[in-house]
Write a protein that binds this ligand. Structure first.
Ligand code: GUN
Length: 284
């Protein structure tokens, strides 16, 4: 029977340490301010933004939300990003994705000052990630790596299979796993037969957004499963993994909810504090 990796408890533990760091910053007269730009009416985005604000407040970080209308012009968002880039009181900027069709999200991301890029999605921060010289990491990827470390999972030489190639999750996790000397495969919609990879995987990270994609018959005994999927099925939140049937075969597994989800929000706040400390010349 697999050990269930409690992402919620781990996130709460980290939050206690983060609160101390925030307190220390404030004692030095530094107020961590983080700005989120959300464009349009996407319900999930609005929910994410509110969840982040609650978490930010609970650790003492000030979060400002710029809620812009669905028909906002790209130029206006670029102007807002310029303004926030130049504001010395702002330590973190994030554009909530996806953006409406009239806006090229890459253009927005390119405009963010890399030193304020809490998502680590600007081209220079993506480059730094693959060059193993990064000072900020995409939150979910950082959270997954920290969770594995917390549970003493050694990654050297492990066959890691990542399902999903997104810029936010799949690719950065691949970069960080590679940095730890794992052997990494990234599977995606064009992969002919995912079973060919999953059956030999020591670790599977599923970020495909498809319920029941990872079933007991396609994994090996003792596999470690990190389920990043968020799917709504019959009013319930489920991951990509058939949890009940994979649990007996796995050595470790994250549940949904209560696994990776809480880590994403916690580690986003950790990026804000990393950037705030960096901007103020505070090391570590
Ligand atoms: N939308 C869903 N997840 C994310 C994320 O991690 N960052 C951004 N910017 N937008 C998102």
């Amino acid at each position: 029977m697999g050990k269930i990796l409690d992402g919620k408890a781990f996130a709460d533990l980290r939050a206690e340490k983060l609160k101390e760091k925030v307190k220390n910053l404030k004692a030095q007269g530094v107020n961590p301010l983080f700005c989120v730009i959300n464009i349009g009416d996407n319900k999930a985005s609005k929910l994410y933004v509110r969840t982040k604000k609650r978490r930010a407040e609970s650790v003492g970080i000030e979060q400002k939300i710029y809620q812009l209308p669905q028909d906002t012009k790209e130029e206006d968002v670029l102007d807002l990003i310029d303004e926030l880039n130049q504001d010395p009181k702002v330590y973190g900027i994030m554009v909530q994705l996806p953006t409406p069709d009239q806006i090229d999200e890459n253009k927005l991301l390119e405009r963010i000052d890399p030193e304020k890029d809490v998502d680590a999605l600007t081209p220079s921060n993506v480059g730094r990630l693959w060059q193993e010289d990064h000072f900020v990491e995409p939150a979910t990827a950082d959270g997954v790596m920290a969770l594995l470390d917390y549970y003493h999972v050694d990654l050297v030489g492990k066959n890691v299979v990542i399902i999903g190639r997104s810029n936010i999750v799949g690719k950065p996790i691949a970069a960080l796993m590679l940095e730890k000397n794992a052997t990494v495969s990234i599977l995606h919609l064009g992969t002919k037969d995912i079973t060919e990879y999953t059956k030999d995987a020591d670790i599977i990270v599923s970020a495909a957004g498809q319920a029941n994609l990872v079933t007991a018959d396609i994994v090996k005994d003792g596999v470690i499963i990190i389920d990043v999927g968020i799917n709504h099925v019959n009013g319930h939140l489920v991951g990509d993994v058939d949890f009940e049937n994979v649990l007996p075969k796995a050595s470790m597994i994250t549940p949904v909810p209560g696994g990776v989800g809480p880590l994403t929000v916690e580690f986003l706040m950790e990026q804000v504090i990393k950037l705030t400390r960096r901007a103020n010349g505070i090391r570590g």
